[in-house]
Design a protein around this ligand. Structure first.
Ligand code: NAI
Ligand code: MG
Length: 500
């Protein structure tokens, strides 16, 4: 297989693409019970370059049974914390040894620039695995001085234990396929859970390669099971499965609500990381060139297919024209091309569906009176390209300002004072992230508590760290992944009271 003769992929990548296609259940690579497969499409050309098993409810049943067996009875149920740490470090080392291959697979499957895939997706996934390895030996309960007022003539001793929640179902999206897998698998493996992972139908490949590395690292059969498949079949079967104790979901708010409701029927624990419409707020003291470069990175990174994308750009009116001009210049100069070309800055969107959705939003903006300072059109060629787009002449009530677009499209809005911009920034059902651009410390500090969002960046955007909890206010989700907070999502607390 040679997709782009001018940008050859490595031997290992080629070999993986030849053998990829089956799902991981227990320690076995198997086809779907139905025999069905899904096409894996190259977003830069629209061509099918691989096929993978299309799992559905029957396969999810098999995978949950394998995960249950590993959790309750297998070797994994006796693995000590220090061994969980060692295994995770070994897995991280294997990811590092295969980093270039993982990046190439991600670039072909998702369309994202391979350089980004290597230095963001793969690098952050490895870093997070190492961070979670450290937690394996640091999961603690507390001891309590208990009084038990009911029984006054006896002594009691109380303590809490943190226990793995059990079998976890993880449903992940296509925008950061490997990294989202790592965000779910890392905490599960650190805490002693087992997992059934369903990658997005658009991007199943890196999860499957990751599954090979998990086995190579020495994890017992059934600790991680991977079932690619469609959302309404495999995904729905997993979310509503009575045999899992927790579901971890990243994706759209619409599907997140369905997943949450299905989970609640079984009282399955649930964490949801959902959409956003994150504001970028440029104060009047900000250097317009710095703000323009920051705003470009905030929206165009990963073709704008980022839950925290800075998609609403609020600029103080005194700086509006300068920042819009700077941003539009950067956007117009970005090199568009296939992700596998190392010089590409903007790759295609993940799918033809996503390209149509984003173009539909741009057209709705035009119909409501917006104007493109730059972009506003699909890219050339057969791939799912959209030109980096800056929309001006927009009003707060327009669809392009209210709804998550999930593409390289930013709306620029002038404002006059800080109370006004805080109110408008919060005037959204979402609350995932925000950034503030200013060196005026007291105004920045006054603004931070007013912003209803799970993350606020100052003079930067999209800067994630394994130690920082990540998640949303409002309809951006429930729960915090990463940091110390993620341990709570993957464990139950057990209170023990002893009468002495
Ligand atoms: P989606 O929410 O449908 O897909 C995310 C995951 O959920 C995929 O694995 C999918 O197979 C699964 N899924 C779909 N329907 C399901 C169901 N009924 N039950 C269980 N799982 C199900 O997102 P989609 O359709 O790919 O993208 C639509 C929009 O969602 C995007 O335009 C964007 O606005 C938003 N989105 C947000 C993401 C984020 O990181 N917050 C990631 C992906 C999409
Ligand atoms: Mg969907």
């Amino acid at each position: 297989m040679q997709l782009y003769p001018e940008h050859p992929v490595g031997e290992n990548t080629r070999a993986f693409l030849e053998r990829a296609g089956r799902m991981l259940i227990g320690a076995d690579w198997v086809g779907a019970a139905s025999g069905e497969t899904l096409a894996v499409i190259d977003p830069a050309s629209g061509e099918t370059f691989a096929r993978v098993a299309a799992g559905d409810a029957a396969d999810v049943d098999r995978a949950v049974a394998a995960a249950r067996k590993a959790f309750e009875h297998g070797e994994w149920s006796r693995v000590r914390p220090v061994d969980r740490e060692r295994l995770l470090l070994r897995l991280a080392d294997l990811m590092e040894e295969n980093a270039q291959e993982l990046a190439e697979i991600e670039a072909l499957d998702n369309g994202k620039p391979v350089t980004m895939a290597r230095h963001v997706d793969v690098a952050l996934a490895i870093d997070f695995m190492r961070y979670m390895a450290g937690w394996a030996t640091k999961i603690e309960g507390s001891t309590m001085e208990v009084s038990v007022p009911l029984v006054r003539d006896r002594e009691f001793f109380g303590f809490t234990r943190r226990e793995p929640v059990g079998v976890v179902g993880a449903i992940i999206p296509w925008n950061f396929p490997l990294l989202m897998a790592a965000w779910k698998v890392g905490p599960a493996l650190a805490t002693g859970c087992t997992m059934v992972l369903k990658p997005a139908e658009e991007t199943p490949l890196t999860a499957l390669r990751f599954g090979e590395l998990v086995l190579e690292a020495g994890y017992p059969a059934g600790v991680l099971n991977i079932v690619p498949g469609l959302g309404h079949t495999a995904g729905a079967a997993l979310a509503g499965h009575p045999g899992i104790e927790k579901v971890a979901f990243t994706g759209s708010t619409e599907i997140g609500k369905l997943v949450g409701k299905a989970a609640l029927d079984n009282m399955t624990r649930v964490s949801l990381e959902l959409g956003g419409k994150s504001p970028v707020i440029v104060l009047d003291d900000a250097d317009p060139a710095v703000a323009a470069a920051g705003a470009a990175q905030a929206i165009f990174f990963n073709q704008g297919q980022v839950c925290t994308a800075g998609s609403r750009l609020f600029i103080h009116k005194s700086r509006f024209d300068d920042v819009v001009e700077g941003l539009s210049g950067i956007a117009a100069g970005m090199k568009i091309g296939p992700g596998i070309d190392p010089s590409t800055q903007i790759g295609p969107l993940v799918s033809s569906v996503q390209q149509k959705r984003v173009m539909g939003y741009i057209d709705s903006g035009f119909e409501e009176g917006a104007r493109a300072a730059t972009g506003g059109a699909a890219g050339d060629g057969l791939g799912f390209f959209v030109k980096p787009t800056v929309l001006v002449d927009v009003r707060d009530d327009m669809k392009v300002v209210r709804e998550e677009i999930f593409g390289p499209v930013v709306v620029a809005l002038p404002y006059e004072d800080l109370d006004e911009v805080a109110r408008r920034a919060n005037d959204t059902p979402y609350g995932l992230a925000a950034s503030i651009w200013s060196n005026d410390l007291s105004r920045v500090h006054r603004l931070i508590p007013k912003i209803k969002a799970g993350t606020v960046w100052v003079n930067c955007h999209n800067m994630l760290d394994s130690a920082m909890p990540f998640g949303g206010y409002k309809q951006s989700g429930i729960g915090r992944e990463m940091g110390r907070a993620v341990i709570d999502l993957y464990t139950e607390s057990k209170s023990v009271v002893m009468m002495l």
